[in-house]
Design a protein around this ligand. Structure first.
Ligand SMILES: Cc1ncc(C[n+]2csc(CCOP(=O)(O)OP(=O)(O)O)c2C)c(N)n1
Ligand SMILES: [Mg+2]
Length: 467
C-alpha cells in the first residue's frame, strides 16, 4: 500500500549509528518508558535519576563537541545530538515544495494509473456509498426542518461526506471517536439510527442528552462516540487522555479525534499534539481542512504549509490526503490506525476538502466568499458523485439503485422527524439533574426561581415541556 507518512524522526542513518553510549542508553530507556505502562511505576525512580543526572550535565554537554568520521562537528545536547555547521543559514519559512496530497481517484472517479488500490470490495463500497447518500439526504431534510422553524439549529457536512464515511469505515467499533461537530456520518456508519438523530435534533424525551444540548450535539456511549461539545478544539487534549488510557489498559484500539482548520488556531490543538507525541498516545488527529472557519479563510489562520507540517514539528508522523477521495481517506486512516496501535504512537492526517454549505443555519456564506468558488467545489470536486462514478465504473450500481435509495432514505427520514416532533419534551426538572449527586443550594434556588417565572409568564414558555 503506497501511503507515505512524513516520518517524525529525520535523523540520518549514519548519525544514528554514531550515537554515544549515553544516547543509546537513554533511547532504550525512553522506549521502555513509553511503550510499557507497567514499567513506569516499577522503574520510574531509576529513569528519573538517570534523567536528573543528564540534566545536571547539561552545561557540560553544551560545551562538548565531537568530531564524526565526516569531519562534521556534533553538539551533544539533551534530547539528541545536533550537527554543527560554520555556515549561517535560517530555515526557510516556506518549504521548496508543498507537501503532496495523496489520492487514489481523479476528479472523475477514475483510479489514477500509478495508485495502489485499497481493498474495498463490492459489499463495502455499496455500504459506503449508501451511507454517503443517507448523510446527504439527512443534511437536506434537517436543514429544511430548521428553515421551517421546527428545530432551532443545524450544520451540514455537505462536501465532507467522503471524510465522514470513509474514515469511519477504516476503524472498528472499539476505536473511540472524539468528534468536533461536522462528523455525523461517522455516527451514522456506526449504527446511530435516523430516529436517534431526529430525537437529538428535536431535543425530545428520547434524546440521550435529555434535550439539554443544541441540535447536532450527538453522542452515544454504546457506539463509543463522545458527545459533541461546541467549544472549538477542547476535544483534542481530551482525546489524548482517552488514548493514553487505552495504552495503559493495553487495548487493541485507538482514538480518532476530528477537528477543523479553525481548531488548529486554538492553543488546545498545540497542547494536544505535544502531549500525544511525548506520551506516545495511540490517537489519530484527523483535521478536516475545509478552507474556512465560519468567515475566516485559512489564509488568515496560518502561514504554514497547511496543518500537515505542524505534525512533524511536534514529532508526529503525518500525511496530507485528498478529503474528497473516499478511497484515499479510507486507505490513509486504515494505515494510520494500524501504526497508531501497533507502534503506540500518534498520527496526524490533514484532509483537504471544502465546506460547500454555510457554516451553519446561523450563517450566510455568500457574504464573504464567491459563488464561483462554491460552485467549483460543488460541480468539479464533489466527493459523493466522484465515489459513485467509481462504484458505477465497477458495475456495482445502477440508475434504478440510485433512485430507489434516495426515495427510501427520504421517506424514512421524514417519518423519523414526524415521530420525533411528537415525542414529549423532557421535564423541566431534568435541567438540574445528572451533574451533582447532591445539587448545591444555588441550583435549588435557580430551579425555584425558574418555576415562579414560568407561573408568572406562562405564554412565554413552550407548552410541550412538562413543568
Ligand atoms: C473556543 C471557541 N471559539 C469560537 C467558537 C465559535 N465557533 C464555532 S465554529 C467556529 C469555526 C470553526 O471552524 P473549523 O474548526 O474550521 O470547523 P468547520 O466549521 O470549518 O468545520 C467558531 C469560530 C467556539 N465555538 N469555540
Ligand atoms: Mg474549517
Amino acid at each position: 500500500m503506497a501511503v507515505w507518512f512524513i516520518r517524525s524522526v529525520n535523523i540520518g542513518h549514519h548519525l544514528k549509528e554514531k550515537l554515544g553510549l549515553l544516547g543509546v542508553l537513554n533511547n532504550s530507556l525512553q522506549h521502555h518508558y513509553c511503550r510499557d505502562p507497567d514499567a513506569i511505576s516499577s522503574n520510574s525512580a531509576y529513569i528519573f535519576s538517570i534523567r536528573r543526572f543528564e540534566s545536571t550535565k547539561a552545561q557540560q554537554q553544551l560545551h562538548s563537541m565531537y568530531e564524526d568520521d565526516d569531519q562534521n562537528q556534533v553538539l551533544d545536547f539533551p534530547g539528541g545530538r545536533v550537527m554543527l555547521t560554520p555556515e549561517m543559514g535560517f530555515i526557510s519559512e516556506t518549504p521548496e515544495q508543498r507537501v503532496k496530497c495523496y489520492r487514489v481517484l481523479d476528479d472523475n472517479g477514475q483510479p489514477i494509473m500509478s495508485s495502489s488500490f485499497p481493498e474495498v470490495n463490492k459489499e463495502l463500497a455499496i455500504k459506503m456509498y449508501r451511507d454517503m447518500v443517507t448523510l446527504q439526504t439527512m443534511d437536506t431534510i434537517f436543514y429544511e426542518a430548521q428553515r421551517q422553524g421546527r428545530i432551532s439549529f443545524y450544520a451540514t457536512s455537505t462536501g465532507e461526506e467522503a471524510i465522514n464515511i470513509a474514515s469511519a469505515t477504516a476503524l472498528t467499533i472499539n476505536d473511540i471517536v472524539v468528534p468536533q461537530y461536522r462528523e455525523s456520518g461517522v455516527l451514522l456508519w456506526r449504527g446511530f439510527t435516523m430516529q436517534e438523530f431526529a430525537n437529538q435534533c428535536f431535543g425530545n424525551k428520547a434524546d440521550n442528552g435529555k434535550g439539554r444540548q443544541m441540535p447536532i450535539h450527538y453522542g452515544s456511549k454504546k457506539l463509543n462516540y463522545f458527545t459533541v461539545s461546541s467549544t472549538i478544539a477542547e476535544q483534542l487534549p481530551q482525546a489524548v487522555g482517552v488514548a493514553y488510557s487505552l495504552k495503559m489498559d493495553r487495548k487493541d484500539a485507538c482514538v480518532i479525534t476530528y477537528f477543523g482548520d479553525g481548531g488548529t488556531s486554538e492553543g488546545d490543538f498545540h497542547a494536544a499534539l505535544n502531549f500525544a507525541a511525548v506520551l506516545d498516545a495511540p490517537v489519530i488527529f484527523f483535521c478536516r481542512n475545509n478552507g474556512w472557519a465560519i468567515s475566516t479563510p485559512t489564509s488568515e489562520q496560518f502561514r504554514s504549509d497547511g496543518i500537515v507540517v505542524k505534525g512533524q514539528a511536534y514529532g508526529i508522523r503525518s500525511i496530507r490526503v485528498d478529503g474528497n477521495d473516499a478511497l484515499a481517506v479510507y486507505n490513509a486512516v486504515k494505515e494510520a490506525r494500524e501504526m497508531a496501535i501497533s507502534e503506540q504512537r500518534p498520527i496526524l492526517i490533514e484532509a483537504l476538502t471544502y465546506r460547500i454549505g454555510h457554516h451553519s443555519t446561523s450563517d450566510d456564506s455568500t457574504k464573504y466568499r464567491s459563488a464561483n468558488e462554491i460552485e467549483h467545489w460543488r460541480m468539479v470536486r464533489e466527493p459523493v458523485t466522484r465515489f459513485r462514478k467509481w462504484v458505477q465504473w465497477n458495475g456495482w450500481w445502477t440508475e434504478e439503485d440510485e433512485s430507489e435509495l434516495r426515495s427510501s432514505v427520504r421517506k424514512e427520514l421524514l417519518h423519523a422527524i414526524q415521530v420525533a416532533e411528537n415525542v414529549e419534551k423532557p421535564p423541566l426538572a431534568d435541567l438540574f439533574t445528572d451533574v451533582y449527586d447532591h445539587p448545591p443550594s444555588n441550583l435549588y434556588e435557580q430551579e425555584r426561581s425558574l418555576r415562579e417565572t414560568i407561573k408568572r409568564h406562562p405564554q412565554d414558555y413552550p407548552p410541550n415541556v412538562p413543568v
